[in-house]
Structure formats: structure tokens, C-alpha cells
Design a protein around this ligand. Structure first.
Ligand SMILES: [Fe+2]
Length: 185
């Protein structure tokens, strides 16, 4: 695996939208926390979070290319096989394989909850992630019209890896709060 600095530069070459970069950095932070919780490899899980959407701009919204093309690019960039697999499977629509491992579900749930937390922060008076309460995130999980594009089923995969949704929200808020200014909050 190459360095974070190398991957971050590669990410910035492929993604121009600052909101997407913020999503990638947020996904990295949540994945690092999840890895620490499970005693997994925090650097590798973090890099999977950081790089999972590398192909999002050059695949131009083609849901059958998003995932496989990023995985292929990252395989050539020395991303470990397990991370490449998790990245491929974060978009199940583009493959016949289903997510089955802890790493797969962690990436799916972890990258997705970042969107919900961003949306919840933006309706707080101070618009800060550090102000977001676990209770608000859990409440918004049930309001399908709020941040409607955020896939609740993907977030609920946290429970398949043994983390109840409230605990998962707490972990994700705690991972994002320290880097909120970097994320544009
Ligand atoms: Fe993503």
C-alpha cells in the first residue's frame, strides 16, 4: 500500500468537487474509528474510506461503472486486495457479488452515514458537526424524506457487524467532529 499523501494526491487528481473530497475525507475518518473499534488495520480501512469514490467523476454517474473502475485503478496503485474488494462492493449494483465481510459492511455503512450527519449538521442553528446529537441522527434515520438520497439500508448494515445504530451514530459524529473545519463546516 502506498502512503496517505500519495493516495490523497491521486484522489485530488480524479475528483474536483470539494464536496466530494469532503465526503471522502469524512469516510476515511469514520473507517479509521471503525477499524480501531474492531482492532482491524486502521490505515488500510482509512485508505478504503478515502479512496472508495475515486471513480465517481470519470464514470459520470454510470452506476455499472462506479465501483469496478475505481477498484481496477486502485489495484494498480497497490491498494491491498481486501480494500479493493470492499471498494468494489460498496456499489453492489455493479457486481454479482454481495457484501459479506465486516470490512464490506463497515465501508458501506460508514461512508453512507457521513451524508446523513452532514445533512443533520446543516439544519442545526450553528451548522456544526460538533453540535450534532446522536438522538437527532437516529431520529432522522426514520424520516425518509429528510436527506432522501441517503440510503438508510446501507447505514443499517452497522447492525450486521454488531454495532447498534445509536452507537454507530455516536462513533461517526466523534470521528467527524475533530476534522469538521477541513470538511467545510
Ligand atoms: Fe461514497
Amino acid at each position: 500500500m502506498k502512503s496517505r499523501e500519495y493516495y490523497l494526491e491521486l484522489l485530488n487528481k480524479n475528483i474536483k468537487n470539494p464536496k466530494m473530497i469532503a465526503h471522502c475525507l469524512a469516510s476515511e475518518a469514520v473507517m479509521r474509528s471503525l477499524a480501531e473499534r474492531f482492532g482491524e488495520d486502521a490505515e488500510m480501512w482509512g485508505m478504503a474510506g478515502l479512496m472508495h469514490d475515486i471513480d465517481v467523476e470519470f464514470t459520470q454517474g454510470d452506476s455499472l461503472r462506479h465501483g469496478p473502475e475505481g477498484a481496477e485503478l486502485l489495484r494498480k496503485e497497490e491498494m491491498p486486495t481486501e480494500a479493493v474488494e470492499a471498494i468494489l462492493l460498496h456499489n453492489e449494483k455493479a457486481t454479482d457479488i454481495k457484501r459479506s465481510k465486516r470490512f464490506h459492511h463497515a465501508l458501506s455503512a460508514g461512508e453512507t452515514i457521513t451524508g446523513l450527519i452532514f445533512a443533520v449538521a446543516l439544519v442545526y442553528p450553528d451548522r456544526k458537526i460538533s453540535s450534532v446529537k446522536t438522538k437527532s441522527v437516529v431520529k432522522r434515520m426514520k424520516e425518509k424524506l429528510f436527506a432522501a438520497s441517503v440510503n438508510r439500508d446501507a447505514i443499517m448494515e452497522c447492525e450486521q457487524i454488531g454495532i447498534p445504530i445509536d452507537e454507530f451514530a455516536t462513533l461517526a459524529i466523534a470521528a467527524l467532529a475533530p476534522i469538521e473545519s477541513e470538511l467545510g463546516f
